[in-house]
Design a protein around this ligand. Structure first.
Ligand code: SF4
Length: 76
């Protein structure tokens, strides 16, 4: 049983780290004007509703119409 508890604790810790990251990024589930994840340079997987953000501080799954303060225009 002790291994279950430590796994729960580990998941709780990971969840708290994710929550802190979301707060730091000011990540939200809606766009900010014309700025959205799917027109951000860190967004991987255009044409999908859910994709991966490869911003070095985030590296999490994000929605196409989400936004965070580290948004940057795509190059070119
Ligand atoms: S850096 Fe922010 S705006 Fe850009 S894809 Fe990641 S979460 Fe979305």
């Amino acid at each position: 049983m002790s291994s279950n508890v430590s796994r729960e604790e580990q998941m709780e810790q990971e969840n708290q780290q994710l929550q802190a990251l979301v707060r730091e990024a000011k990540l939200k589930g809606s766009p900010s004007g014309e700025q959205r994840c799917d027109n951000c340079r860190y967004y991987v997987g255009e044409f999908k509703k859910l994709a991966y953000c490869n911003h070095p501080k985030l590296e999490i799954l994000v929605g196409a119409d989400w936004w965070c303060q580290w948004w940057e225009a795509t190059e070119g």
